[in-house]
Design a protein around this ligand. Structure first.
Ligand SMILES: NC(=O)c1ccc[n+]([C@@H]2O[C@H](COP(=O)([O-])OP(=O)(O)OC[C@H]3O[C@@H](n4cnc5c(N)ncnc54)[C@H](O)[C@@H]3O)[C@@H](O)[C@H]2O)c1
Length: 449
């Protein structure tokens, strides 16, 4: 069976995940000090890095991993769906030639190049559209490689289960995994969390998390593209590839809620839609979602995300506790009491979290210390999927029920000739999910309500 055809019958509940994460780190702690197979250059050996998905973020992450101070690291192999991504990345590395050992025969275009890159590398960067992520993550873990993977890590229930299984395997193999939810690597967030854990705002009982922005890109169809090539190139507008922007971008803020509450949502209920339409730019995703998440203990988090111009934009988080209120943004953190009097404000250095992610990943590889973000990367990505299920269906969805769904959107063994899961009508428009008649559409099973 090919990697993209991998399935898992296991259905891990929220409780199972938390238990697995706890015991895994205990095992990893017990083995602290033992050297990993691919330790980062203590013996002078070069850490071979492979990049899968050579677009904007993949290129950025690659430069960051090549820039970790004191690391002996080189780009060894690269894959992108399209040759243009590879060529652009190789050009961008012109000033870093001492960090590049990636001849043309280790540059792979197409949908299968990830396999060759994984073979050739010690550490892989996974930065394709997220629909592919669970399969690439699973393949990298099976091959015993360290991983930096971008968020979100899954876009449906099948992908979430595959990631959770792979996360367990990564622990067993003592692999190091960092997920690009960079607020977890940002000093102001970390210091604010310490204040919350000390009890400065009391118990969190509610909050608001926002990614309200002005819009996202659209890539036009090219005359010689198959439908599959068009969708992979214009991936942000197709759910099987991006998971809608509640998953693609708002996962950052939903993850902050899960992190600060130290719990996963029980359920989600919400509304959404698409009000901004550009002629000739049909999209399968909504441009706004508003979801209420309910957490164990009764805390409620209101989540909003929009992607259209006009109105106020907010990308931030607020948490209300029994004793105070915390406001967070990548540039600040402020705690007030219930009357609005300042109790604490972040000040000081706030280093670039995108670089810190790689610095800490390399340190974990070098010292063989525990590092596996894949559990929370998956559960926060799946919390976002839960929100999307709520807005698409107009119904309340429970996390545990959603996790068990037979819901897989990625076709098996996709090629450029495969018909994607969604196709345009005769006018070139893609169907928008509508609560009336919404069905879970799995590519592996008949449609279910
Ligand atoms: N953490 C952050 O702040 C942050 C910021 C930007 C993007 N991202 C994440 O990074 C990922 C990529 O986003 P981007 O902005 O770089 O998009 P992009 O379109 O610039 O790059 C994606 C690249 O992946 C390639 N690709 C598509 N399918 C592939 C496959 N099967 N195998 C190999 N290559 C494939 C595309 O051709 C493209 O070059 C997304 O998951 C996104 O959410 C994270």
């Amino acid at each position: 069976m090919s990697d993209l055809a991998t399935t898992t019958g296991s259905t891990l509940s929220r409780r199972d995940v938390l238990r697995a994460a706890g015991s895994a780190s205990a095992v990893a702690s017990a083995t602290l000090g033992m050297r990993g197979v691919h330790a980062d250059n203590p013996s002078g050996e070069t850490l071979k890095v492979g990049l899968i998905g050579a677009g904007g973020r993949g290129r950025g992450a690659l430069v960051q991993t090549l820039s970790v101070p004191g690391s002996n690291v080189k780009l060894t192999a690269i894959a992108d769906a399209f040759k243009g991504g590879i060529d652009g990345t190789m050009r961008a590395l012109r000033e870093m030639q001492d960090k590049v050992d990636c001849p043309e025969d280790r540059q792979y275009d197409g949908l299968d190049g990830y396999k060759r890159v994984i073979e050739a590398s010690d550490l892989v960067i996974l930065a394709t559209p997220p629909g592919f992520r669970p399969f690439h993550f699973n393949a990298a873990v099976e091959a015993g490689k360290h991983i930096f993977m971008e968020k979100p890590v899954c876009v449906d229930s099948h992908g979430a289960r595959l990631c959770l299984e792979a996360a367990k395997q990564a622990d067993e193999k003592k692999l190091k995994v960092v997920v690009g939810l960079q607020r977890r690597y940002q000093t102001n967030y970390r210091e604010a969390l310490a204040k919350v854990r000390e009890g400065m705002i009391g118990d969190i009982i509610g909050g608001q998390v926002y990614w309200n922005g002005s819009g996202i890109w659209f890539r036009d169809r090219q005359p010689d593209q198959t439908e599959m090539q068009y969708q992979v190139h214009n991936w942000y507008h197709f759910n099987w590839l991006c998971g809608d922007h509640i998953c693609e971008q708002h996962v950052h803020n939903i993850d902050v809620a899960n992190w600060f509450l130290d719990r996963l949502p029980i359920s989600a209920y919400g509304v959404g839609g698409r009000q901004h339409r550009v002629p000739g730019q049909s999209s399968e995703i909504y441009d706004h979602h508003a979801v209420n998440f309910t957490y164990p203990g009764g805390a409620r988090i209101a989540s909003q995300c929009k992607q259209f111009p006009g109105g106020e934009n907010h990308v931030d988080e607020t948490f209300e506790g029994t004793k105070g209120v915390l406001k967070l943004h990548p540039g600040y953190a402020l705690i007030t009491d219930l009357d609005g009097q300042e109790l604490w404000k972040f000040s000081g250095e706030n280093p670039d979290p995108y670089q810190v992610e790689h610095d800490e990943l390399h340190a974990a590889i070098r010292n063989d210390t525990p590092k596996n973000d894949a559990y929370y990367g998956t559960t926060s990505s799946f919390s976002s999927v839960l929100g999307r299920l709520a807005t698409y269906s107009g119904k309340t969805w429970k996390y545990d029920d959603a996790m068990k769904l037979d819901y897989r959107t990625m076709p098996e063994d996709p090629t450029w000739e495969t018909t994607p899961p969604v196709v345009p009508d005769k006018d070139g428009n893609y169907p928008l999910p509508m609560p009336a008649g919404f069905k879970i559409n799995s590519v592996t099973k008949p449609v279910v309500s």
